[in-house]
Design a protein around this ligand. Sequence first.
Ligand code: UDX
Length: 434
Amino acid sequence: MKITVFGAGYVGLVVSAFFSENGHDVVCVEKNKEKVESLKRGRVPIYEPGLEEMVLKSLSKGTLEFVVEGAEAVKKAEIIFICVGTPSNQEGSADLTAVWEVLDEISQNLNGYKVIVLKGTVPVGTGDAALAYLKEKAKVDFDVVSNPEFLREGSSLYDFTNPSRLIIGAQSERAIEVMKKVYAVQLEKGVPALLTDRKSAELIKYASNTFLALKISFVNSLARLCEAFKANVEDVKRGLGLDPRIGPNFLNPGPGFGGSCLPKDVRALTKTCEEANVPFPLLKAIIDSNSLQKEFVVQKLKKILGGFRGKRIGVWGLAFKAGTDDVRESPAIDILERILIEGEEINIRAYDPHAMENSRKVLPEVEYVSNPYLACEEVDILLILTEWKEFREVDFSRAKEMMSSPRIFDTRNILPRNELESLGFSYFGLGRAK
Ligand code: UDX
């Protein structure tokens, strides 16, 4: 099929790479010229396992093209995926400027039947509004489909190939047939497809991310409660997750949820509820609890250190989660900012396998070092903020020798406490009694 994808961010690149790898002709339209130039040379500007290789392969096969102007790409497309960003605006609702710009460009170039797919996270009613807008402007037949993505950064390609479900918000048989054709690979694998209306599809996306955020905030609150009672949140979480009605996933306590989706989507749904005059008090609780969790980490660290003044803190992990170089709304960045505001003469030495370049842009006050051991040099404590697997493989005897004080605050509960204690470390986790 001839596919056009608007936007070369995480979602747009994954969509483009997957379809071009799977026998379709894909044109990816991105208005950032520098990005397009670098993509044409096969340089993917984000760290996402497997993505660059797939892009390079499709570029060399000639099934993928990157362009700045969308007109020709719209004209020749059978299906158009809109994957541009919908960031939070100041009031917390989704900023749809980029989506409307794309719709405008599409409206000027519609030359025959096409399916226009809203892939990004857009507020309820956006698909219907897009349809009405295009109908007013264009005289040809077309369909608008809401088909939200559920891609986790760090495993986006896997998630696109093996999604838990395909949500297809479409109101015409013709559009449904096109969607089934484009997702043939996933459907042949038996991935369930839920056919629904556009508004319900849009709401499913917000409901999913908000529910995940709720689970995390819930377990983080439990971790705080466990600390108060010297109970063990790791056991509590296991006991909770063994109930099949609850399930074990997304119950890992940590420094709070971050990233480009969960926080933004909870805020946007809050705004939607306000506008619709529908009380949904849980949403505010999720946001408040997440902020509280970050402050809890800061205050616990301060207590362990006996105050921040003049302290040297080693940090492992800056990305909002493992497997990505993304620091958008990363709890690590937020926590380090709070520490720097709270105390004077603090020295922070930080290491992250992939996110240091991005961190440097938002947090220049921190000293960035090239390996986990250097982050331990003469520090009063080691603070772990992202759950990178490689942190478990460090030689802790060597790390200990470099530290002024052998203390570890592991906010992700990823390290073997007993082993570390037998090496002479004072270990502090989250909700693990100490
Ligand atoms: C999310 C959704 O999972 C995905 O389906 C959606 O389409 C895009 O948004 P992503 O932003 O990549 O994906 O991150 P996710 O894996 O959901 O993690 C979000 C945050 O929650 C991270 O900061 C992570 O560390 C934190 N988290 C996750 C926890 O603290 N505990 C958990 O148990 C799980």
